[in-house]
Design a protein around this ligand. Structure first.
Ligand code: ATP
Length: 364
């Protein structure tokens, strides 16, 4: 196992920056997710780690050595891609044992270890088939098994589940977590899927346009986003983000947003006062706004019109129009709401997040 450190890592392709001054530390045995929208530099980062792409500048540490000039095969990492290349003419058994045979390991060791890994991945009955006779999910597991048998110091996984259907993806998410718990191999896992990111990672590194936005455990990324990009990327439906104007009320700062007033005191008020901004963005998650009685005026109360009701069984997603904004709300199942009806909502003002309207950075 090994700690991985990326220091001021930069990659330029014909004058445009794919990865911009990336600093990231993955602890020994940690499961680190790199997530972000298409083109944000995730795969380029992983390819630099594996040695398939040379950094324009910066350093890559695996364990206690800088590997910038070390060939991919000598970095002691195993990479599993979205398109896992298995040898088509070999049986699964031969595919799994290929690396061990090349290393000259004994027949009995190979047999025992292939048997153990196949058993763990549930592919024992497939060992005498060829890759073409396997489903996508089964091939995926063989690719993982082959990587495991290399006993690498680190696993590098690039969207390894993207070819699978939803049910198998959910199953493989659990299986990968289990394998990680069992072997404790330092893992860097690239995905654009925030559900994978939130459910699998010890920590998540969220990138946008080549730049790292925040590195944190999933629950911190969700509850304490560093900026408006992170706030909008994590969570489904997305966080509601609406413009607000700050003014000094009778006793504290007040943000006017939508058709209501949101008093801000405590640390948020202090941060807002220190920032001295009058235009801000106010964020609240769909579960932080709920229905309230028509007669309840007060802080955070708005009136809107239901535009869309999506019953999901355990809960209901409702889109409510308030002026120019369409708010996403998560209501309990059987909300009784219908499109076109008027509804009064109250925002949980204790949990609103406030962002700089220009820079997007979090104020409080
Ligand atoms: P996706 O989720 O779509 O795979 P990504 O986050 O993995 O995206 P990268 O593949 O790392 O993104 O690409 C980052 C940027 O670098 C993109 O703008 C891409 O067009 C560019 N890029 C990647 N590889 C090359 C290359 N070999 N030559 C030129 N530009 C490249």
């Amino acid at each position: 196992m090994a700690r991985i450190v990326l220091e001021h890592l930069q990659k330029e392709f014909r004058g445009s920056l794919a990865v911009d001054d990336l600093d990231l530390e993955v602890a020994d045995g940690e499961f680190m997710i790199i997530v972000g929208p298409s083109g944000c530099g995730k795969t380029t980062t992983l390819r630099m780690l594996a040695g398939f792409e040379a950094p324009s500048s910066g350093r890559i540490w695996i364990g206690d050595r800088v590997v910038n000039d070390v060939a991919p095969k000598d970095r002691d990492v195993a990479m599993v891609f979205q398109n896992y290349a298995l040898f088509p003419h070999m049986t699964i058994r031969k595919n799994l044992s290929f690396g061990m045979r090349v290393r000259g390991e004994s027949k009995s060791t190979i047999e025992r270890q292939v048997g153990e890994v196949a058993d763990m991945l549930g592919i024992t009955s497939l060992l005498d088939r060829r890759p073409a006779q396997l489903s996508g999910g089964e091939r995926q597991r063989v690719a993982l098994g082959r990587a495991l048998l290399r006993k690498p110091r680190a696993f590098l996984l690039d969207e390894p589940l993207s070819n699978l259907d939803a049910a198998l993806r959910a199953q493989m998410r659990l299986e990968l977590k289990r394998i990680h718990a069992q072997f404790g191999i330092t893992t860097v896992y690239v995905t654009h899927d925030q559900v994978e990111a939130m459910t699998m990672g010890d920590r998540i590194a969220l990138m946008n346009k080549g730049s790292l936005q925040q590195v944190a455990p999933p629950e911190v990324l969700y509850s304490e986003p560093a900026n408006v990009f992170v706030a909008g990327f994590v969570g489904s439906p997305k966080m509601n983000i609406v413009p607000g104007r700050v003014r000094l009320g009778a006793t504290m700062l007040v943000i006017s947003a939508l058709t209501c007033e949101i008093p801000v005191n405590g640390s948020v008020g202090a941060a807002l006062g220190a920032a001295g901004k009058d235009q801000v963005l106010v964020g609240f998650r769909p579960e932080e706004i709920g229905p309230c009685g028509a007669g309840k005026p007060g802080p955070g109360v708005v009136k809107g019109t239901v535009e869309l009701v999506e019953p999901l069984g355990s809960e209901t997603h409702v889109a409510v129009r308030v002026g120019a904004e369409l708010l996403s709300c998560k209501f309990p199942a059987r909300s009784g709401l219908a499109a076109g009806s008027d509804v009064h909502l109250v925002i949980d003002i204790e949990r609103v997040k406030v962002f700089d309207a220009d820079a997007g950075s979090r104020i409080g």
